[in-house]
Design a binder for this molecule. Structure first.
Ligand SMILES: Nc1ncnc2c1ncn2[C@@H]1O[C@H](COP(=O)(O)OP(=O)(O)OP(=O)(O)O)[C@@H](O)[C@H]1O
Length: 664
């Protein structure tokens, strides 16, 4: 095996090869520009070459590899081979074995899965330590010799490192149970129930990158979508996929995905009804209530002649189309098509030649009569009229919503869609109505983070967008904080249209240190969900619970002390308290930033903390955090589990009973 100097020399050769790949790709762009054939081919080839040149160029001086596996002589097809693994494939000449293999290639699986008890033919697994892109060390595990030592020091250091800035990729240290999720087949939908910090988000992002590698052409056409809880979270994770060479994954929130401008919010009761799965039936009733029955025959003038579809036939066409309708507007198209076919039969029987122009003219002429029984409608008209008109609503919601529930969603006065002030819950309803009218495109794969918080109606919006694809559902029932948060995965998965998805539990926490996990687990037992406790990977870290008469000066002291140590600091408090806390800190000369800001000290409203992490968390007044919302205990659980190295809990009021008796 190579020594450190040899490995450095090899790293330099890999970088040179990469530079040649960049130069070659750029040259191909130029040659391609001169020689491209037809326009379509030229565009596709040009796009491919430019993307390749850009991706390679962006690699810069990054470490070319992070590990290697060396097989023993009798390891079958890999016998005697050594493979270097990196974020991307590097080769120095066509036809020669690659110098570095992409971490997503099938052969890389063994790097992540092999162990002293299951060496998979590997003699040595080597992990490299890099500092500012310089190779500084390596560490060997002699797997064939049954090396079952407590684990790698490099992995432990990477997991325990202080956090600064946005989330990073974990390709060098993916753990076996995470790797299994990452590499699950594209056709298979999975649901990961993971305790805080078990790497759900990281796994989801790496899965996106893996799937794009393994099924590039299919997924480039249909697309991969990542859904996160809010903008601050998306900002936090935004660098991971580009570092892995994947820049074409759409990352957004469910609200932005629905792309409906909202300008109002709902009262709690109204939101609860609007997000309830029963609304799907109400909306379906409202849409299909638009279809009537013909009163008369349909008569279409054609020159001096008139063609007729008698009332009985017209009625049969409408009810047939209604019986096997896929969407409301395709049903309407089908009615028009059947009517035109009937007219055509009559005309042809009289010896008339029915060309395309004639057929289109007949369709136009029949449309007003069809409009009277199967009108052309828009989603916003349907919803605005439904909630503006108590009678319409009562008809659509009969046997589905109680009178009180109907009253909760009814508008106090009628409005036209143009003057409607839509709420986020309305956006979900509008999306449902749109889908009843016509089908939208679907993605090849959708990754849904913090999925426990989605309402049934939001789940349905996602289900529609992954109808012909698969999904990865990531979440933690214990971290559910919305009024409609799921209490079981069975229900949530069926709303997501993937009832068959396997639920996989991740329980090893890579963020939260053991002392903090112990505190959070005290809360966990009182939450009304059945999930396994977290087991921390980390023995380091510190928990301090401080009772203070003056909470604000205690917060200033805690931030000052935290600033003396390395890493990011998050001060998390009930939403109503953050502005005044930020003011107090500012007066003391400590500037804070919002959760997605770049400063060292972030001031984080409790409602935005989900999915984020800070090296040092200062959680202010648990009792107020709990009281702020119905699922306040779950919220507190989320907040306590944001800490990577140190957690300060500051309180002036009594601690919640669940946290009493802690040893901190
Ligand atoms: N295998 C790993 N190697 C190194 N770091 C890891 C690994 N797995 C997870 N981490 C790190 O642990 C932290 C928590 O990961 P992540 O945010 O993905 O967890 P999560 O399960 O989504 O957490 P939560 O539900 O609390 O938001 C991140 O900093 C992530 O980079």
């Amino acid at each position: 095996m190579r020594d450190l100097d040899d490995e450095r020399a090899y790293a330099e050769r890999c970088r040179e090869a990469l530079r040649r790949m960049v130069a070659g790709a750029r040259e191909n762009v130029v040659i391609g520009e001169d020689t491209w054939g037809d326009r379509y081919t030229a565009e596709r080839l040009g796009f491919y070459l430019k993307t390749l040149a850009r991706d390679l160029g962006e690699e810069g001086d990054n470490p070319p590899f992070f590990g290697l596996i060396a097989y023993g002589a009798d390891a079958g097809e890999h016998g005697g081979q050594t493979y270097y693994l990196g974020r991307r494939h590097i080769s120095d000449a066509i036809g020669r074995p690659p110098m570095v293999i992409d971490w997503r290639a099938p052969v890389s699986t063994a790097f992540y899965q092999a162990s002293g008890t299951d060496p998979r033919g590997i003699e040595t697994r080597r992990r490299f330590g890099w500092s500012a892109n310089a190779l500084t060390s390596f560490e060997d595990e002699h797997l064939a010799a049954g090396d079952t030592s407590a684990g790698s020091d490099l992995v432990r250091r990477e997991i325990e490192r202080a956090r600064v800035g946005p989330m990073r990729d974990i390709v060098a240290t993916i753990q076996p149970e995470q790797d299994e999720v990452v590499r699950t087949d594209l056709e298979v939908s999975v649901c990961v129930q993971g305790a805080p910090g078990t790497g759900k988000t990281a796994v989801g992002l790496h899965r996106a990158a893996y799937l794009l590698y393994a099924h590039r052409s299919r997924l480039q056409r249909s697309g991969v979508l990542v859904l996160g809880p809010n903008r601050a979270f998306l900002h936090y994770i935004s660098a991971v996929l580009p570092t892995l060479g994947e820049v074409d994954v759409e990352q957004t929130t469910i609200e932005e995905l629905l792309s409906i401008r909202t300008s109002s919010t709902d009262e709690q009761e109204a939101a609860a009804v609007k997000h309830d799965a029963r609304m799907a039936a109400v909306l379906r009733n409202a849409v299909y209530a638009r279809i009537g029955r013909p009163d008369d025959a349909l008569v279409v003038p054609d020159g001096s002649y008139k063609w007729r579809v008698n009332r009985h036939e017209f009625d049969a066409i409408v009810s047939d189309a209604r019986a096997d309708v896929t969407t409301y507007l395709t049903g309407r198209e089908r009615v028009i098509a059947r009517i035109v076919a009937s007219l055509q039969r009559q005309a042809e029987a009289r010896g008339q030649n029915c060309n395309g122009v004639w057929l289109r003219r007949m369709a136009r002429a029949a449309t007003p009569a069809v409009d009277a029984v199967w009108p052309n409608v828009k989603a916003d008209e349907i919803l605005a009229e439904l909630v503006s008109d108590r009678e319409l609503l009562a008809d659509a919601a009969r046997d589905v919503l109680s009178p009180d529930e109907q009253a909760a969603i009814a508008w106090p006065r009628a409005r036209k869609p143009k003057s409607a002030r839509w709420t986020p819950a309305d956006a979900v309803l509008l999306d449902e109505v749109s889908a009843l009218l016509h089908r939208g495109p679907t993605y090849g794969h959708v990754i849904v983070d913090e999925a426990q918080d989605l309402s049934p109606m939001q789940c349905r919006a996602i289900a529609r967008r992954s109808e012909h694809g698969s999904i990865t559902v990531l979440g933690d029932l214990a971290q559910g904080t919305t009024p409609w948060a799921a209490r079981t995965w069975t229900d949530q998965l069926s709303h997501l249209g993937k009832a068959e998805a396997e639920v996989i539990a991740l329980t090893t926490g890579y963020r939260v240190p053991a002392a903090v996990v112990e505190l959070a687990n005290l809360l966990l037992v009182s939450l009304p969900v059945d999930v396994p406790e977290t087991v921390s990977f980390r023995a380091d870290g510190r928990l301090r619970i401080t009772r203070a008469d003056d909470l604000r000066s205690a917060a200033v002291d805690a931030v000052r002390a935290a600033l003396k140590e390395e890493g990011s600091i998050g001060v998390i408090a009930a939403d109503t308290e953050v502005d005044s806390l930020a003011d107090v800190l500012r007066v003391d000369g400590i500037e804070t930033t919002p959760p997605d800001g770049d400063g060292r000290v972030a001031m984080v409203p409790a409602s935005l903390a989900k999915g984020l992490e800070y090296d040092h968390v200062i959680a202010v007044e648990p009792a107020t955090i709990i009281e702020a919302e119905p699922r306040g205990l779950n919220r507190l659980y989320v907040i306590l589990t944001r800490a990577v190295s140190r957690l300060d809990v500051l309180h002036c009021r009594d601690l919640p009973s669940q946290l009493k008796g802690t040893r901190a």
